[in-house]
Design a protein around this ligand. Structure first.
Ligand code: FUL
Length: 704
């Protein structure tokens, strides 16, 4: 063989090598999809991540959470309604859309429906010429936001509710909403259904079988025919599910899958929605809904009860950070505006989140994955940090455990880890952990389960020279589209304040930081009184406290606790049943302890009488329902009486604790001023079937 021939053979072999390696690149196929998959509509929806809810209707003007159905449309009279203000605030917060409650359970419609007189057309707002859905649709367009709508399946006003005619009415309204206002990104069907109501004057209780009555299959067909781009949420064979609580929190384990067939057969308890079902047969991702205040509708008594920043930040991490979307309610007030306090809190939340995710730290690291699909660049570890949502790190078929390691060029402070699966191919990861290399030693920083579309972990800050993600269990081979790491600024948590029956105040800082407080209503600083131990304040007082990180000199948000006069002289006089020895829990100042009365033998109503020890001027009371436990014993209808002598009683307030089942918050009821020494609280009906009811705390609202 001459030199030339050898060279030719050499060149031939080289080109063969290149071809083989090029082929091996090209022939490494993408992973096969696994299990139930999202539709494009569901993926686009999931990427919206954060959007707003607006509850604004007759309830805003009647100060209720649920209207009975007999309220006059004439009460709907906002003085300064400005949907562009809503849109501006929502847009500035980086939210991607607004879901408006077009009709709540009382049946009042915010658009001039052709099928009812119970709408804005019979309200003084714009002399009956207004159409709020239209106005909001236009504002959303202007601000590049998507519009979603809530149409309550339950209607406490309609005489035909419970009959087939109502279903025709309901579907007609659906058609109106889905055809007259442009694209609707989400249609929201709430699960609350059947119960007492006005029902055209019948004033009775009507129970329906939600799953059968609405014939959801037909209703959904109609929706998809009219508006194929609309994603349907909630009851029926929906494309997204409730997260199982109204606190905006998803489970740490959160599958975007659901055994929806079982659910439609009534076999799934709603608490399972927090985590979905690993073996679910359909892609039904979770949406976490929560109001920025305790209630869904605006109540001026809640102006100082806007959820604290600490809670809002937790909600963010426990919804969007746990593979759910976040639907945050802004209850529009009687002016027709998002309240200043709510806007301010939202801005604080957004600023915190922005600061937390300011600088990504992995993109400059050295990356090694211990398994890369077909050893191909197309599926290498670097694809998880390239900022491209369509590229990913993937492992070989059947490789369900694998590690990816990131080495920093120098030890780096880190405390946030963000992971995303490439969900177009299904949700796979069942378990993973995170290790950090500190001072040359590997240690575990987190042990977790699912990832899904997005998972964000908050870990204690560590100075790591390297980070390793170990996927320890997966349904199929691993497909990770994004991994990011951040060093969020120190977040100092607010202190907890509690006061017992005798007026003894305890303040606890959660991270052992020093606490400073004030009793004069002013915001405390480092110059205020340093908390050194329990102190006593018997009179009505507003306590404000902050924790200050001693090292970094960073302050927490201000914790505010308002108390009436101490309950030192309060005594339980009598109760119609129950263990009286422990009845003191109703007045012990601690919402985490409760007292039960009534049981299956002792039918409701049941009542408790309290002596407050002296004559007080009252104009309201609050009932804190049982807070601790799984099946809470909640009161749904009540009467509240006052007396100066424990003989003659005056009924001051009666009614329902609306929506207490899904949102068991402190219930605040106000009435006209009354002098009283004794109060009598009657539980008329319970949420659960039995007749055991429970009270965590009763308080009175004093007036001058
Ligand atoms: C609940 C309803 O009953 C509430 O009033 C509110 O609309 C909330 C978002 O859903 O179940």
């Amino acid at each position: 063989m001459n030199h030339r021939t050898m060279k030719n053979i050499f060149l031939f072999l080289c080109s063969l090598c290149i071809t083989i390696s090029a082929n091996s690149q090209n022939t490494v196929k993408a992973p096969e999809p696994f299990g139930p998959l999202p539709t494009q509509k569901q993926m686009d929806w999931q990427e919206m991540e954060f959007y707003a809810f607006v509850h604004f209707s007759l309830n805003t003007f009647t100060n209720k959470e649920w209207g009975y159905g007999d309220e006059s449309p004439a009460l709907f009279n906002p003085t300064n309604l400005d949907v562009r203000q809503w849109a501006r605030i929502v847009k500035a917060a980086g939210m991607k859309g607004i879901i408006l409650v077009a009709k709540h359970h009382d049946g009042f419609c915010l658009w001039p429906s052709a099928y009812t007189e119970r709408s804005v057309k019979n309200s003084p707002w714009k002399n009956g010429k207004g159409d709020l859905v239209k106005e909001l649709a236009e504002a959303c367009k202007e601000y590049d936001l998507k519009l979603g709508l809530y149409l309550s399946p339950w209607d406490r006003n309609r005489a035909d509710y419970g009959k087939p005619e109502y279903i025709t009415y309901f579907r007609n309204q659906l058609k109106e909403l889905l055809t007259n206002y442009g694209d609707v990104f989400e249609m929201w069907f709430d699960g609350a259904n059947g119960g007492d109501g006005y029902y055209g004057g019948a004033n009775e209780t009507r129970k329906i079988n939600t799953l059968e009555y609405y014939n959801w299959d037909e209703t959904y067909k109609l929706i998809y025919k009219t508006a194929p781009k609309t994603l349907v949420w909630g009851v029926g064979p929906s494309e997204a599910r409730w997260i199982g609580n109204e606190e905006g929190r998803a489970g740490k384990t959160n599958w975007s899958l659901l055994r929806q067939k079982d659910e439609l057969a009534g076999k799934v308890h709603y608490t399972e929605f927090m985590s979905g079902h690993e073996d679910g047969e359909k892609w039904v991702p979770g949406e976490a809904d929560v109001s920025i205040r305790p209630g869904w509708f605006y109540h001026s008594v809640e102006d100082d009860k806007v959820r604290p920043l600490d809670e809002m930040v937790d909600i963010y991490y426990e919804s969007i950070g746990r593979n759910a979307t976040l639907l945050l309610n802004l209850p529009v007030d009687r002016r027709g505006l998002v309240h200043e306090n709510d806007e301010a809190r939202l801005k604080e939340l957004v600023a915190t989140v922005k600061a937390d995710f300011k600088t990504e730290l992995l993109s400059k690291t050295k990356i090694t994955a211990d398994n890369v699909r077909g050893s191909s660049e197309t599926f290498a570890g670097k694809n998880a940090v390239d900022g491209n949502k369509n590229t990913y790190w993937a492992t070989d078929d059947n490789v369900k455990t694998a590690s990816i390691t990131f080495e920093f060029d120098k030890p780096t402070d880190i405390n946030r880890i963000l992971l995303q699966e490439y969900i177009a191919l299904g949700q796979r990861v069942k378990a993973f952990n995170v290790e950090v290399k500190v001072d040359g030693n590997w240690k575990t920083a987190a042990n977790e389960t699912t990832i899904g579309y997005k998972r964000i972990l908050r870990i204690d800050r560590v100075k790591a020279s390297a980070l390793r993600i170990n996927i320890t269990d997966s349904k199929a081979n691993i497909v990770i589209s994004n991994i990011q790491v951040y060093n969020a600024p120190t977040f100092v948590r607010m202190p907890e304040i509690s006061r017992d029956k005798n007026g003894d105040v305890t303040i606890k800082s959660q991270d052992g930081n020093p606490v400073y407080y004030s009793l004069d209503g002013k915001n405390p600083t480092k110059k205020s009184t340093l908390y050194k131990g329990v102190f006593r304040v018997k009179k009505a007082v507003t306590i404000k406290a902050v924790a200050i990180d001693a090292v970094e000199n960073i302050s927490s948000a201000v914790k505010t606790a308002k108390y009436g006069a101490s309950k030192e002289n309060w005594k339980i006089v009598s109760a119609s049943s129950g263990d009286l020895k422990s009845a003191d829990r109703v007045i012990d100042g601690n919402p985490d302890t409760d007292w039960s009365f009534g049981n299956d033998q002792n039918k409701l109503p049941q009542e408790i009488i309290i002596d407050m020890g002296s004559l007080l001027n009252l104009n309201g009371f609050t009932y804190i329902p049982q807070q601790v436990g799984n099946n809470l014993n909640l009161i749904s209808n009540y009467e509240f009486y006052t007396s100066t002598d424990n003989i003659n009683w005056t009924l001051q307030s009666e009614g329902e604790f609306s929506n207490i089942k899904h949102n068991p918050i402190e219930q605040i009821k106000t009435f006209k001023k009354a002098k009283a020494r004794y109060i009598r609280f009657v539980a008329k009906s319970a949420v659960a079937k039995g007749s055991t009811v429970s009270i965590a705390e009763l308080n009175v609202i004093e007036t001058l």
